[in-house]
Design a protein around this ligand. Structure first.
Ligand SMILES: Nc1nc2c(ncn2[C@@H]2O[C@H](COP(=O)(O)OP(=O)(O)OP(=O)(O)O)[C@@H](O)[C@H]2O)c(=O)[nH]1
Length: 611
């Protein structure tokens, strides 16, 4: 790697709205530079998207990095692509990947134009002072409107249309020009090879055999195998046992030097030792640590329980193993009288939660029940403030004797980009989700008969309103044309209460919810109806109620039935009769008894799976 001084290195990222073609472009770049073999036609699987769930959903969850070698003007350049995920939940991963780059390709689908995330990633990149190369993709498609979208990029980002590259990541058309632009327009990293070692740890992976593998960007100095290094954050010391570049798989090298991006293995046993944003230095040569990163903040919490309570330890073990590769998930134990022993997990967002659940099911074959997601609420008492992320711990604020001063909920600043035709629908949707400071402006004026003008709607929304179903409602009410992005907007006072559901007058803890008082009737009624349709009938009449404090908000009654399992048998076959009774007894054991009501664990699964 000593052949590549800083002047010949370029570190860049591809930033784009979801589905605008980032992974496809990354594959083309790797092929063009000979880093990977061109794939036989027909295989659609992308090289950089490694997780199974990423392939199934076609999204990038975990950022991947690859180095490639490109010859330009007779000189070999080392181009380091730092891939970034493309979903709102993972904004933090985008920011941390960008910290290791000097430039970014801003990729925009020329059939769709600027979308909500195009704007947010653009701002992150600009704030970090990155050189931005604008690229219009999918120009092979008949619906492509490059001139119009170029004008949109000019008005939205102040980008000169002449600087925009026009490509098709699918056919490869124009992709060469990107390699040239990377070398010409993006500045090389500005480190010193001879200076004391200073490396930024920007990502980590977990390898079953070698332990933690850290992805680093060497800002200054040179790192070799066998070097003794230390973390500025933990002060722990390590010896580098292996290092190299991602090409795109790990390729060991003898050294890594300033400006380069690669991986190291250094007998870190536990992935919690690899702090993203940490600065590594040589033992005995301390350096000023680089500005760290925001630690991840869980914004959506849910309880996860095994369907069969005997599987708890297995489930916990699976969760632990998964969090080794995704440390943005927080885990604590929790127990519920209805669902038994489980774990309470904190996620960055709802997609993150879905991805985690799917990985758990795919990779660990776990059958799990997930409780309704909750956001972290602030409960302000006279003498202290408590963050509550589990509805069962939420105080009775309706009780006049309670010493709760106020309750606050997290809010987000949302932006939605939508064609003019759907503006009214989207405004309605926002209002029905308690939007505030609603405003809109136009991004462009449309192009006559073929397409309408596009507006950007901005507002604040309570986070709890967007964790369930908001995104799919947005998509269906705009026929898929609206795009959505948000950033944290702090906390605001809110009129909230805990809703509990009673079965035969006994509360079911796992179903407790925190609701806004304006929606309590509607939510209470809907849930009670749903419980009524799912809970199996019992030998006696069972009231199903929704309550806030002592007040019953909604009620349904489950009528009684007689479950005589032997009724269909006439006459004397005693063994058959005994067997049926035995079966009944055995299946009873798997039931949960709540207020004398028998509930199979599966019923909870049905209740909670569709919100
Ligand atoms: N016709 C055409 N299709 C393209 C082009 N580039 C990408 N696509 C298709 O667009 C879809 C999305 O592309 P991806 O590369 O998966 O998009 P992405 O931006 O990586 O998506 P995330 O990883 O989820 O952020 C895929 O079906 C691609 O085959 C292009 O230039 N032309």
């Amino acid at each position: 790697m000593e052949d590549y001084p800083s002047e010949l290195i370029r570190n860049f990222s591809i930033i784009a709205h979801i589905d605008h073609g980032k992974s496809t472009l990354a594959d083309r770049l790797l092929e063009l530079t000979g880093t990977i073999q061109k794939k036989e036609s027909g295989t659609n699987k992308q090289v950089l998207d490694k997780l199974k769930v990423e392939r199934e959903r076609g999204i990038t969850v975990k950022a991947q990095t690859a180095s490639m070698i490109h010859s330009f003007n007779g000189q070999q350049h080392l181009l380091n692509l730092i891939d970034t995920p493309g979903h709102v939940d993972f904004a933090w991963e985008v920011a941390r990947s960008l910290a290791a780059c000097e430039g970014a390709l801003l990729l925009v689908d020329s059939t769709q134009g600027v979308q909500a995330q195009t704007i947010s990633v653009f701002h992150v990149a600009r704030e970090r002072g990155l050189k931005i190369i604008p690229v219009l993709n999918k120009i092979d498609m008949p619906a492509s409107q490059p001139e119009r979208i170029a004008a949109q990029m000019q008005s939205t980002f102040d980008i000169n249309p002449e600087d925009i590259l026009h490509i098709s990541a699918k056919t490869g058309q124009g992709v060469e020009s990107i390699l040239e632009a990377i070398v010409k327009r993006i500045p090389p990293p500005s480190g010193h090879t001879k200076a004391p070692l200073k490396a930024l740890l920007f990502d980590s992976l977990y390898d079953r055999y070698r332990g933690v593998i850290s992805l680093i960007n060497i800002q200054d100095g040179t790192l070799r195998k066998g070097d003794k290094i230390a973390s500025c954050h933990t002060r722990k010391k390590y010896e580098v046992t292996e290092l190299g570049i991602m090409h795109p798989e790990e390729l060991p090298t003898t050294s890594l030097q300033s400006g380069q991006v690669g991986y190291i293995a250094c007998n870190m046993k536990n992935s919690s030792e690899a702090h993203i944003g940490d600065t590594l230095h040589r033992v005995g040569e301390p350096v000023e640590p680089m500005e760290g990163f925001q630690p991840t903040k869980a914004m959506v919490y849910a309880g996860i329980f095994p369907i069969d309570s005997n599987d708890f330890l297995k489930l916990e073990e699976s969760i632990k193993r998964l969090t080794l590769t995704d440390r943005s998930v927080t885990v604590t134990r929790e127990s519920s009288s209805a669902l038994g022993q489980g774990c309470r997990l904190g996620f960055l967002g709802t997609l993150h939660m879905d991805v985690f659940r799917q990985r758990l099911e795919d990779e660990y074959d776990a059958n799990v029940i997930i409780t309704a997601p909750t956001v972290p609420y602030k409960v302000i008492y006279k003498d202290r403030t408590v963050l509550v992320s589990n509805p069962t711990e939420f105080p009775e604020v309706t009780d006049s004797t309670s010493n709760v001063k106020e309750v606050q909920e997290p809010i987000v600043n949302a932006s939605i980009i939508v064609p003019d035709d759907y503006l009214g629908e989207i405004m309605d949707l926002c209002f029905s989700h308690r939007a505030d400071s609603l405003d809109h402006r136009y991004l462009d004026s449309g192009s006559g008969s073929t397409s309408s003008a596009r507006a950007i709607v901005t507002c604040t929304l309570p986070l709890s309103e967007i964790v369930t179903g908001f995104f799919s409602e947005l998509k269906s009410r705009s026929s898929g044309f609206a795009s959505f992005d948000y950033e944290e907007g702090g906390y605001a006072k809110s009129n909230l209460a805990k809703m509990v559901f009673l079965l035969n007058s006994r509360p079911i803890d796992a179903l407790a919810l925190i609701v806004h008082r304006s929606a309590q009737q509607a939510i209470g009624r809907a849930w009670v109806k749903k419980l009524h349709s799912i809970i199996p009938r019992q030998m006696f009449e069972v009231p199903i109620q929704a309550a806030i404090g002592k007040k019953i908000i909604a009620r349904e009654t489950l009528s009684a039935m007689r479950a005589d399992v032997t009724a269909s048998l006439y006459g004397g076959d005693v063994t058959r009769k005994m067997k049926l009774l035995e079966n009944q007894k055995a299946s009873k054991r798997k039931m949960k008894r709540i207020g004398q009501v028998d509930l199979p664990q599966e019923a909870f699964y049905d209740i909670l799976k569709s919100k």
